[in-house]
Design a protein around this ligand. Structure first.
Ligand code: NAD
Ligand code: MN
Length: 358
């Protein structure tokens, strides 16, 4: 039987709690499916390692991850270490080291979950936001001079390359083509940013022209925020820069009800290196160790991992189990207005998986 080799990096805070639950649910999904097995290897990288050795991961960390089919990642961040250190030295080190240039975030309002929009609008949310994950505003290029003086100057330079734009747009087109509505919105800000954003518009027009079955439209990012709130049903697949999609995807997850539910994939579409899947939430110090972290984000993440690894039937089965549990509205963690623990939600999803098999 096929065995998926999965690197599990819990990281910090509630990360290890939800990844542990996610691994158990992946095993239960594989059992229910019967067509494959999961083989996990855990890595205790993160802030504890940093305090002991000044490194968030070992020097040869990327080499250790190379041979896996996928990486299942929790969260990083600790109160006593600057966020830019934990982020750049672990999560971004993996994303950039493995050229996971597409950050893909599906968003839906799950059954039984109350979002902030009116019910009939909220139910229209069914989006995939495709974020450029390797360049743009987060290229790290810039500088600061004359610190503290009146003539102080600081710059963050947004760096866009023709191939960087073309490859993320192609990936977004492929995703849009795989969805029933075949609708892609290209988001930029080319009225104000007249170099990089104008190149985005041009390159995306060239790339999307190669997909005649797609319906393509173009939006400025500020207007896009209003459209997502006012007319959510007119949006399907969205492609945008690193910064713009960062903001749009947080808006999306808020409109879908809770930070504890969302999932994302950092994908290398060339499949030369493993891709990394993570719940969107952070390490949530305020609830760490209390046993009440919502594991549904990690479960949705696990479903994305299975889909990427060529097990779409199992991914569908897992999402159906998650939706059966949220839809009943009985076993929910406090962030969703319930009283259940991480362990109880995990047990409920595992039971739903077993039931779906009978
Ligand atoms: P956060 O996502 O950790 O928490 C925000 C709020 O949402 C908190 O009140 C938290 O309790 C709640 N929450 C988050 N996930 C939840 C879950 N699964 N179940 C129930 N409630 C949940 O964001 P923050 O507080 O801004 O950041 C905390 C730390 O996490 C920081 O160090 C930050 O840098 C880091 N962070 C990391 C990632 C990542 O690893 N990808 C993402 C975001 C934040
Ligand atoms: Mn963000």
């Amino acid at each position: 039987m096929r065995s998926l080799r999965i690197a599990a990096i819990g990281g910090d805070g509630i990360g290890p709690e939800v990844i542990e639950a996610g691994c158990r649910v992946l095993e239960a999904t594989a059992r229910a499916d019967g067509g494959f097995a999961c083989e996990f290897q855990g890595f205790d990288w993160g802030s504890a390692m940093y305090r002991a050795s000044s490194r968030m991961m070992p020097e040869d960390g990327l080499r250790q991850l190379e041979g896996f089919d996928a990486i299942f990642f929790g969260a990083v961040g600790a109160p006593d270490i600057p966020d830019h250190v934990t982020l750049w030295e672990l999560r971004l080190a993996i994303c950039q080291g493995f050229d996971q240039y597409a950050n893909v975030r599906p968003t839906r309002l799950l059954p039984g979950v109350q979002g902030p929009l009116r019910e009939e609008l909220g139910r229209q949310i069914d989006w995939v936001i495709v974020r450029e994950n390797s360049e743009g505003e987060y290229a790290g290029v810039g500088g600061r001079a004359h610190r503290g003086l009146p003539l102080e100057i600081a710059m963050d330079v947004a760096v866009f390359t023709r191939e960087g734009v073309a490859r993320i747009c192609r990936h977004a087109c492929e995703i849009a083509m795989s969805r029933p509505r075949r609708l892609l919105t290209v988001v930029t800000k080319s009225n104000a940013q007249r170099h990089g954003m104008v190149m985005w518009d041009e390159v995306c027009a060239e790339v999307t022209a190669q997909y005649p079955e797609l319906t393509v439209d173009k939006m400025l990012v500020d207007a896009m925020t209003a459209r997502m709130v006012m007319k959510p049903g007119t949006v399907d697949t969205v492609v945008a820069t690193n910064l713009h999609a960062d903001i749009l995807s947080d808006l999306a997850s808020a409109l879908a009800g809770s930070l504890g539910i969302g999932a994302t994939g950092n994908i290398d579409p060339s499949r030369q290196r493993p891709s990394m899947f993570e719940p969107i939430h952070g390490s949530a110090f305020d609830i760490t160790g209390k046993g009440i972290a919502n594991p549904l984000g990690a479960f949705w993440t696990a479903a994305m991992l299975l889909e990427h690894c060529g097990e779409p039937r199992a991914a569908g089965r897992l999402m159906a189990a998650v939706e059966a549990v949220t839809g009943r509205g009985e076993v929910l963690t406090p962030d969703l207005g319930g009283k259940a623990t991480t362990a109880e939600v995990t047990a409920a999803v595992i039971a739903a998986l077993a039931g779906a098999n009978a």
